[in-house]
Design a protein around this ligand. Structure first.
Ligand code: SF4
Ligand code: SF4
Length: 97
């Protein structure tokens, strides 16, 4: 088993998912597909990592090949799909089977 390392200049997990609870810089939470205001647009790195403002929800997220994919586009796609699949009480969710 090898440990997956977060890719540089990705930031997909700070864009694709929604974060329901308010946190520093995002007083209304973060809608899916919206770049977190704490993400540096040039470096695609979190500007509040390792500070007291860093939210628990982000602390709990660990890079994983199944989520991060092989590149940024894959990560955005996978996380967006997971996002849709995990919306609570989404009765309009379409099923292919
Ligand atoms: S999606 Fe994965 S590789 Fe990309 S920034 Fe997030 S943890 Fe890192
Ligand atoms: S607080 Fe940092 S790690 Fe969390 S979503 Fe925003 S930029 Fe990403």
């Amino acid at each position: 088993m090898h440990e997956f390392q977060c890719r540089k200049h990705c930031g997909a997990c700070c864009i694709a998912p929604s974060i329901k609870h308010p946190f520093f810089g995002m007083p209304h939470g973060k809608p899916a597909g919206v770049m977190c205001s704490n993400l540096d647009k040039n470096s695609m790195q979190c500007t509040i990592w390792n500070t007291s403002h860093y939210p628990n929800v982000c602390k709990q997220f660990a890079p994983d090949i199944d989520i991060c994919g092989k590149n940024r586009d894959q990560a955005l796609e996978i996380i967006s799909t997971l996002e849709l699949d995990t919306i609570p009480s989404s009765s309009s969710k379409t099923k292919n089977k």
